[in-house]
Design a protein around this ligand. Structure first.
Ligand code: IVH
Length: 628
């Protein structure tokens, strides 16, 4: 306060651009604006082992038509949130998230609060250019993450799953004064558009950034050839455990900017850089118990409760075991010592049992015959892996159903979290989604931690959700097999809820990409009296989905895809089905008519052919984006 007063007093005479008073946070925003990046923010294709890295080098040499070694810069791949900062005449003017690579969210006020982001470029040797985009990764360090989560637990807030989520959540605060209290840090690794300056190498870029006062990771290095890059990748995988922040791989970049420009980009990844991913963090722990959770559609999911262990800086104590078949296949028993990993370094997974650790006291698991929530009979339908509770009034299902209804992709009611829904269900204030729209201030102010202000906010968030796009409303209804994509297709085809409700099974099954099982599930849903009652009540309360334009239900209509290598998250047949359901065609061989080649790990010769033919190559992440 003293400093603010001084600055005001002497305001005509001093420059406060870089003063600490500029970092305390500004009044909350209603919502974030968006901004176009001056140059797109590309992503990186992945390598998973040294063979992939060698292929990357060979590809570059083929493209450049040279046998000479290309030199590289090697960097840790920081596992945080990418941001783009614009400096004009040396002054930080705007900061955005990556967004879709072209347009990001304007989070300037939040970024301003991060102490390691220069508010003004330090002009030591190199003067600040006219305008420049500087890119880096915002992260939260391991120790700070632990402290933050401890504080959250103490204050009754849900802890973050991992440092990356914590960083993302902190950056998305509309109130930058909250961001200011989060221990965010940043490392910088690239420039986008630069006006009034040019860089000849990546190494020089990093050096200049560092002189200008931008934190560059201390583990970056120069590599005279690809073998050095591979050694770096192997060394960093060991070093990783000692680092006070999370990295999920290394990045190799061609050093020369002239060569980078010659190499260019395919689809949204540059040919001149690659991310070398580490294998997932693994460790061992003990399964203390296997409990069963009931989901929205009544599916019973077994969950392993384990001795808490740290995997890559995050404490893990639960992992889904999916279903009985999965447990039988891996022969997982209560009391077993198991290998656990975080898949994609996020979701905990039981990889396998260490049989040699068995003592003979381990207990096999069997799905309960009655639902743990409502105690009605559990069924397993022919051909399904899941056991289900089919009681529509099962309290656990109702809760999950309401949670789904209000979630982001559905009605998107802000401030209505899991805890609050549980509380409202427990005290019988709500029993179905329509009840939300009949809540009054007096019915909710009695709830735990619900003051006048929060009650008013909640009611206005509910009110605001009354005109959702039809597709979101259909998704929110939570019909089996109707995910966001199918909901969009249905909304595009039928344009109103009434049309959909009156459609026959055949009408629905006729839609490209929607099979008989989905059609069956939809008509069954609309023939159920209790569902119709909820829809009627929603309508009485004034919930009125907004009609959607008839849209092309086949976004990939006519596009040809070829797959090569192993995908991490899709089987080949699932990937094929996804493409086809969107009107695309999957072919087994590449020609110049191929639109996309999708590569997984260890891709075959098709990748080379694609590159030679100039066909767009998608990694798995891009593929997910393309199919939406
Ligand atoms: S360079 C064209 N360097 O990885 C290259 N990215 O999949 C643009 N990342 O969105 C990125 N550490 O969030 C680069 N040393 C590093 C990085 C890095 C982490 C992230 C970044 C980017 C993603 C690419």
């Amino acid at each position: 306060s003293e400093l603010i007063a001084l600055e005001e007093e002497f305001s005509p005479y001093i420059d406060i651009t870089a003063s600490p008073t500029q970092r305390v946070g500004a009044p909350p925003l209603e919502k974030f604006g968006t901004a176009h990046h001056l140059s797109p923010m590309l992503s990186l294709s992945n390598a998973f082992n040294s063979e992939d890295i060698i292929e990357f080098d060979e590809r570059i040499k083929r493209f450049l038509d040279t046998d000479k070694n290309v030199s590289f810069v090697v960097e840790p791949k920081l596992d945080g949130i990418a941001v783009n900062l614009v400096y004009e005449k040396g002054i930080f003017t705007r900061g955005t998230t990556r967004g879709d690579g072209e347009i990001g969210e304007d989070i300037t006020e939040n970024l301003r609060t991060i102490p390691s982001i220069p508010l003004k470029i330090k002009e030591m040797r190199t003067p600040a250019p006219e305008r420049i985009e500087i890119r880096g990764e915002v992260y939260i360090g391991a120790d700070a993450f632990k402290t933050l989560n401890k504080r959250r637990t103490r204050e009754g807030d849900a802890p973050f799953a991992n440092p990356r989520n914590a960083a993302a959540g902190s950056l998305r605060q509309l109130d930058s004064r909250i961001t200011a209290r989060r221990p965010l840090e940043i490392f910088f690794y690239a420039v986008g558009t630069a006006e009034g300056i040019s860089f000849d190498t990546q190494w020089n870029t990093l050096q200049t950034l560092s002189q200008w006062g931008f934190a560059v990771n201390p583990h970056v290095g120069q590599a005279e050839d690809i073998d050095r890059c591979i050694r770096y990748y192997q060394e960093m995988e060991i070093e990783r455990k000692e680092l006070p922040y999370e990295i999920d791989g290394t990045v190799i970049k061609v050093d020369s900017v002239a060569l980078q420009n010659r190499l260019g980009a395919v689809s949204r990844s540059p040919r001149w850089a690659i991310a070398c991913k580490f294998s997932p963090h693994q460790t061992t722990t003990l399964i203390k118990n296997i409990t069963v959770q009931v989901g929205r559609t009544g599916v019973l999911t077994p969950v392993a409760e384990m001795d808490p262990v740290a995997i890559g800086g995050v404490t893990v104590s639960h992992a889904t075991l999916h279903n009985q078949d999965e447990i039988d296949k891996k022969d997982i028993r209560v009391g077993d010592t198991v290998v656990v990993q975080r898949a994609g370094d996020v979701i905990p997974q039981v990889v396998k049992v260490i049989i040699s650790k068995r003592t003979g006291n381990e207990k096999k698991f069997a799905m309960p015959e009655i639902c743990p929530s409502c105690r009605s009979a559990v069924t397993r339908f022919e051909g399904e892996a899941a056991h289900r509770c089919i009681n529509m009034d099962c309290p656990a299902q109702i809760r999950e159903h309401i949670k789904h209804f209000v979630s982001r992709g559905a009605m998107d009611i802000e401030g209505l979290g899991e805890k609050l829904i549980n509380q409202m269900c427990d005290s019988n204030i709500i029993g179905n989604p329509a009840d939300l729209y009949f809540l009054t201030k007096s019915s909710i102010t009695g709830l735990e931690r619900m003051g006048d202000k929060s009650a008013a906010n909640l009611l206005s968030a509910i009110e605001e959700s009354k005109s959702p796009p039809l597709s979101k409303f259909i998704f929110a209804l939570g019909m089996r097999h109707v995910g966001e994509h199918t909901a969009k297709v249905l909304a595009g085809k039928f344009t109103t809820l009434e049309n959909l409700m009156h459609a026959s099974k055949e009408d629905i099954a006729d839609i490209k990409g929607i099979g008989p099982a989905v059609a069956e599930s939809i008509t069954r849903f609309f023939s159920e009296g209790s569902n119709l009652k909820v829809i009627e009540n929603l309508s009485k309360a004034g919930v009125k989905p907004v009609e959607e334009d008839r849209e092309d239900s086949a976004p990939l209509s006519g596009k040809t895809f070829v797959f090569t290598g192993t995908l991490e998250n899709y089987t080949r047949s699932a990937a094929k089905a996804l493409v086809e359901s969107r009107g695309g065609i999957v072919s087994s061989s590449i020609s110049k008519n191929t639109d996309y080649v999708v590569t997984g790990s260890s891709p075959g010769s098709k990748l080379r052919k694609a590159q030679d033919l100039g066909v767009s190559v998608l990694n798995e992440e891009h593929f997910s984006e393309v199919i939406g």
